[in-house]
Ligand binder design. Structure first.
Ligand SMILES: [Zn+2]
Ligand SMILES: [Zn+2]
Length: 329
């Protein structure tokens, strides 16, 4: 079968590899389209090191082509998406309902080979049927939408509040769409004009300011969502967040960032991290919201490329100037 293999940093080749065999409790899926994500980009750039040659990819919508032993809740031909993080279900964190931080968690295309191929297997427990009301175009963006909604649900943002979103990539844009839909006002920040234009289209306000701290104070910002994952933006969030506000870190930056502890303590600023989503509650809620048409996550898709152009899709993603990039099989 055809697979898009990361041979070394900055080089993806379409190669023939042997098709996977479906194991006990698994389903075999033939993808129809893929989403390119920030974590694919960090592998592509070599910021995260993979055991080369490595099969990337964790965002997909496709059809079931085979059922493993013991799988009774799916049928061949059904259209599905995958929740691509597999917590162990047995550790203390999983038992406490915190599978998103499970230390034994496996992640498709991150800790195990991914889905950028003609077919791949996934545990049936993490496979979700896509209702007919949801198009492939929206289905492919459900996984990243779950990341944004998880952050929003865990934040203190309430109807009528004003929040700030730093970084208008897929996570930031989806967060804006969801926040606006539930009556939260959003101030959007990004260094690229195109992404700010998308943020505006999704209902955010874009205000030019040299003094972000003052802007946020004047606007009564109650929550700052850091979605860019860069040192400068994390430092901005922690230094400019208004008195009594909350900072939600979603961006995945492994570089150190500095802050003044006294300011956070004295001004009562809470800092939380938000990682992926809760299994299985979040996917169920997100699929329902998209099915009902409350959210249309496909609005953030800016580029669609063919499978043979996977390397170009990743290259394009490294510029940071696109919204969601989709690849079709
Ligand atoms: Zn992703
Ligand atoms: Zn666990």
């Amino acid at each position: 079968m055809k697979a898009a293999i990361l041979v070394e940093p900055k080089r993806i080749e379409i190669r023939e590899i042997s098709a996977p065999r479906v194991g006990k409790g698994e389903v075999l899926i033939k993808p129809a389209r893929f989403g390119v994500c920030g974590s694919d980009v960090s592998f592509y750039l070599g910021h995260r090191v993979a055991p080369y040659p490595f099969l990337l990819g964790h965002e997909t919508v496709g059809h079931i082509t085979a059922l493993g032993e013991g799988v009774t809740n799916f049928e061949i031909g059904q259209r599905v998406i995958v929740e691509p993080n597999y917590p162990c279900g047995a550790c203390a964190f999983c038992r406490a309902g915190r599978g998103n931080i499970c230390p034994n968690k496996q992640a498709l295309g991150v800790t195990i080979p991914g889905c950028f191929a003609d077919s791949f297997t996934a545990p049936a427990e993490f496979v979700w049927r896509v209702p007919d009301e949801i198009s492939d175009a929206d289905a492919i963006v459900i996984e990243p939408l779950a990341v944004s909604l998880h952050a929003l649900w865990h934040s203190r943002a309430h109807i009528g509040d004003t929040v700030a979103v730093i970084g208008c990539g897929a996570t930031g844009l989806l967060l804006i769409q969801a926040a606006v839909a539930q009556g939260v006002r959003v101030l959007a920040h990004d260094k690229f004009a195109d992404k700010l234009a998308m943020a505006r289209k999704l209902g955010a306000r874009v205000v030019e300011s040299d003094d972000i701290a003052k802007l946020w104070r004047d606007e009564n910002v109650t929550v700052v969502f850091e979605c860019a994952g860069a040192t400068a933006t994390v430092e901005l969030a922690l230094s400019a967040a208004p008195r009594g506000s909350q900072v939600v870190l979603i961006g995945l930056s492994s570089a150190p960032a500095s802050f003044v502890p006294l300011r956070l303590v004295r001004e009562g600023i809470d800092v939380i991290g938000s990682l992926i989503y809760d299994h299985p509650a979040d996917f169920a809620r997100v699929i329902a919201l998209v099915k009902e048409g409350t959210l249309r996550p496909s609005q953030i898709v800016t580029d669609t490329l063919s499978f043979d152009a996977m390397d170009r899709a990743l290259q394009l993603a490294t510029t940071g100037q696109s919204g969601k990039i989709v690849v079709t099989m």
